[in-house]
Design a binder for this molecule. Sequence first.
Ligand SMILES: Cc1cc2nc3c(=O)[nH]c(=O)nc-3n(C[C@H](O)[C@H](O)[C@H](O)COP(=O)(O)OP(=O)(O)OC[C@H]3O[C@@H](n4cnc5c(N)ncnc54)[C@H](O)[C@@H]3O)c2cc1C
Length: 399
Amino acid sequence: MVEAPVVVVGAGLGGVRLAENLRNGGYDGPITLLGAEQHPPYDRPPLSKTVLTGDDERVDLKPAEFFRDSDIDLRTGTRVVAVDPTSHTVSVECDGTVEPLPYGTLVLATGLAARRFPGSEGVAGVHVIRTVEDALALRAEATSASRAVVIGAGFIGCEVTASLHSMDISVTLVEPTPAPLSGPLGPRIGEMVTRLHVEAGVDLRVGVGVDEIVTEDGRAAGVVLSDGSRVDADLIVVGIGGYPELEYLEGSGIELADRAAGGGVACDGVGRTGVADVYALGDCANWHDVDGHGHRVEHWTHTVDQAAMVAAHLLGHAIPHQTVPYFWSDQYGLKFQMLGTPRPDDEVHLVDDDGRKFLAYYSREGLLTGVVGAGRVGKLMKARQFLLTPTPISTLLGG
Ligand SMILES: Cc1cc2nc3c(=O)[nH]c(=O)nc-3n(C[C@H](O)[C@H](O)[C@H](O)COP(=O)(O)OP(=O)(O)OC[C@H]3O[C@@H](n4cnc5c(N)ncnc54)[C@H](O)[C@@H]3O)c2cc1C
């Protein structure tokens, strides 16, 4: 049950949703929402899309009056630097001073930090994209850039490539695996994504890594690839993922999951850590799912689901079932969507392909595991019902 006061560390999507769910669920005790960033809580998916292209400045998660009207004490520019479960306090740093803040229930929702290319921190012309400052700094340089290198063709690297391409920048996308997104989605879908980038005119280099970022006069001037070739660029974007930044938990006794299992704060299936009254959710959390394995997932909808589950658990309400896992990505005017838990080694059934848009079912041991599509929103969403219960793939293939 919820012990007052509730302190939420991290004023991003998960922290805001948790606070909102507690209020909507009837909790009327104090809630303090602590956010290291200076801004009121904002949404991250637009950063690599409309914020980068200049169609949005920042997309706030809530109107300013929401926090006042909901009696949620939002403290921006406030970083938690330590947690002491014995005294039930967190150490809070704001404007250079550190003070203790007591909690009854503590919820950790501190997201990720962007992984940097070794040695590139502070080098002019090299960017990551995790915060609104990152996105605005990249946009500011992109407006006068003509050649960019994007390192890493995961979802964010692919999106940034498409956004920069739409800004008339010639982009080289570098990916060490055989195809963009082939890591999470397998080689077949990797081919479809390759097709999109190549047809758009992106210089796609797969099967090679970046050995070095070349600088001239203290500014990035290009990269040297692992095959020895050099690509010149006035802008470099590093899209090699993120990691949960959890130094503030050192010495707290709160267990972290193994790196091999994705790292993050180790939790059970409702977000409970092994330490009394401490929970974690969102990108920083590694939850044990029904399959008994720990997973850390970096998807918007997953975070929203976990915030609902933790709130329900704290309020003693029935725990809502996790919805079917869902992820989207916008590239070249197409909506990519993924439902379920497709794995790269699953069998892939390409059921629709017009040369650009496509839909594929994934199956494992004869059962549907996921659906992936581009530009096929209606068809993909229709297949969602089949992921709610174990469904033989033959049901969808008509066999
Ligand atoms: C560029 C980009 C594009 C994305 N696009 C998509 C998409 O298209 N589809 C999709 O499904 N998902 C997308 N995602 C992922 C999605 O945004 C995340 O899954 C979601 O934001 C996770 O929410 P969170 O609350 O766990 O973490 P976050 O939103 O990262 O919030 C965590 C907050 O905690 C703060 N914090 C960290 N440490 C401390 C501390 N010690 N003290 C106080 N505050 C702290 C951070 O500053 C941050 O504001 C994207 C992410 C990025 C970066």
